[in-house]
Design a protein around this ligand. Structure first.
Ligand SMILES: CCCCCCCC/C=C\C/C=C/C(=O)SCCNC(=O)CCNC(=O)[C@H](O)C(C)(C)COP(=O)(O)OP(=O)(O)OC[C@H]1O[C@@H](n2cnc3c(N)ncnc32)[C@H](O)[C@@H]1OP(=O)(O)O
Length: 281
């Protein structure tokens, strides 16, 4: 395994990091030698849109962290204002038949790997986190967010429906009434609102502070038997995980049917246009 010191890229307080993966282009993994915690950073400009390649790299990185006996995983972004813009809409708009199957299957794989991860997980949400971005953050066990950003499952605002496992992820954090109402509304929460409803656990004033708070959360497990901890986590999450495992093919077919509806394609086209117009102004 390649061992590279990346002192210039990490906060001063960090003593040394092992750079575990450099072959992947869209994610990086750095393990802090002192704490044993791995930081998984998404790096797909301009907005960390979750396309097939980023999802593949995410899964590879999660597997790498699982296999490397890291004490925990912190998910974050290299973009200073965007954690992830969610699914790359270009994957779903006028899709290629084969690629869109691979894309959705890969998204399922990433969720199964992250939500079901055996190591403690936390998200340092250092920017906006709509839809699929929120799903990734919500799949972690702890969330620390920077102020003045937004987070939420906004699918209904785009005329699309969050599948069952997106809902289960929300329900693992939010009270049922709040989860149902905000999913129906497609509500985006400000950082402060997200803290109030419990969608995030803490607010930090900088990315460094968010990473440190995530590391503090992971450190709370230092004296807990790792097998007992991970089996307990598994028991909490197994019904959700099993449901998708059992219905993967049907879930894919439902997604393909839904996304190929002319009205849904039209809505996605209009939404993409509005994003592009906004970015030109
Ligand atoms: C009955 C059961 C049926 C089940 C069926 C299941 C169907 C479920 C299907 C899918 C679930 C979907 C999940 C998703 O994640 S959909 C994606 C939702 N994401 C969003 O709505 C976010 C949209 N983006 C933004 O709000 C903003 O871009 C921002 C806040 C993230 C960043 O703002 P800003 O910094 O101002 O950047 P710009 O808006 O200027 O964007 C830059 C650039 O990037 C493009 N872009 C942004 N987001 C996306 C995206 N998600 N996909 C593709 N492209 C994106 C934007 O268009 C700009 O492009 P440019 O003009 O070419 O520069």
């Amino acid at each position: 395994m390649m061992r590279t010191k990346l002192l210039s890229l990490v906060p001063r307080a960090t003593v040394a990091c092992r750079h575990m993966s450099s072959a992947t282009k869209l994610t990086t993994v750095e393990v802090n030698d002192k704490t044993g915690i791995a930081t998984l950073t998404m790096n797909r400009p301009p907005v960390n849109g979750l396309n097939l390649e980023l999802l593949r790299d995410l899964q590879q990185s999660i597997e790498e962290i699982e296999g490397n006996k890291s004490c925990g995983l912190i998910l974050t972004s290299s973009n200073p204002t965007i954690f992830s813009a969610g699914l790359d809409i270009l994957e779903m708009y006028k899709p290629d038949k084969e690629r869109i199957r691979a894309f959705w299957t890969q998204l399922q794989d990433v969720w199964l790997a992250l939500y079901g991860s055996s190591v403690p997980t936390a998200a340092a949400i250092n920017g906006h986190s709509p839809a699929g971005g929120c799903l990734l953050a919500a799949s972690c066990e702890y969330r620390v967010m920077l102020p003045k950003f937004t987070i939420g499952l906004n699918e209904t605002q785009l005329g699309i429906v969050a599948p069952q496992w997106f809902m289960s992820t929300y329900l693992s954090i939010l009270p049922r009434r709040e989860a149902e109402r905000s999913l129906n509304q497609g509500r985006m929460f400000t950082t402060e609102e997200a803290l109030r409803v419990g969608l995030v656990d803490e607010i930090a004033s900088s990315k460094e502070e968010a990473l440190a708070k995530c590391a503090d959360f992971i450190a709370t497990f230092a004296k807990v038997n790792p097998l007992a901890r991970s089996l307990t986590k598994q028991q909490f999450r197994s019904a959700d995980l099993q449901q998708l495992e059992n219905e993967r093919v049907q879930d894919l077919e439902k997604f393909l049917f839904f996304i190929n509806q002319p009205a849904v394609q039209k809505g996605l086209g209009i939404y993409l246009e509005s994003l592009k117009k906004k970015s030109k102004n």
